[in-house]
Design a protein. Sequence first.
Length: 211
Amino acid sequence: MNTQHDITVSGKPLNPPKPPAKPHMLLWIDTETTGISRTNAKLLEIGMIATSMDGIEEHDRFICPVRPDHVSLYDLDPKVLRMHLDNGLLDTVMETEPNEYGYANVARNLSEFLNTEASQYVLHPAGTNVDYDIDILTNQLAPHLHPDWLRALANHRKLDLSTYRISDLALDHNPYQGHTGTHRVEDCITRDRNDYTTYLDRLIEHERNQQ
């Protein structure tokens, strides 16, 4: 049975114009946390940068330290503790104003940023182990935002640089050379974007050689 009902005006079908398609963008995501648990690790820093699909042209960004409501040195894995003491992140977090950089206010600001981006673009999450970052953001900020708030605003298709790097390992290449970095979100996103453009350049060169 055909259940389609056309909208008519004066007996003529009305076909309203479709809204223009939103451009596709990469949403680079990285978090720094107190550990590796997707449920219990606490957020220390959040980074998101929207770029063109080739990762080159940057549009908007959200870079913010986070002060957990309840955290002690015992919450940090010893390796993570040393890392974030060395890179200054723990000092930055402890010097922040608790209300301004606490979970509730950061969640509000991040939600406003993402809603604005999602209203303009189709957002494809990108990064290293990006599902981890999505899970930790969802779980830690759940009391302040609706469930799956991030997944609702971003496309289910993601770009994970781990796939490229594992492929490099299969070719006996070392994709992690020079990856020590500072373990701050902006630095990690810059690394991922640089690696991504390198992989794209290799694909372009391969296509040229096939012609």
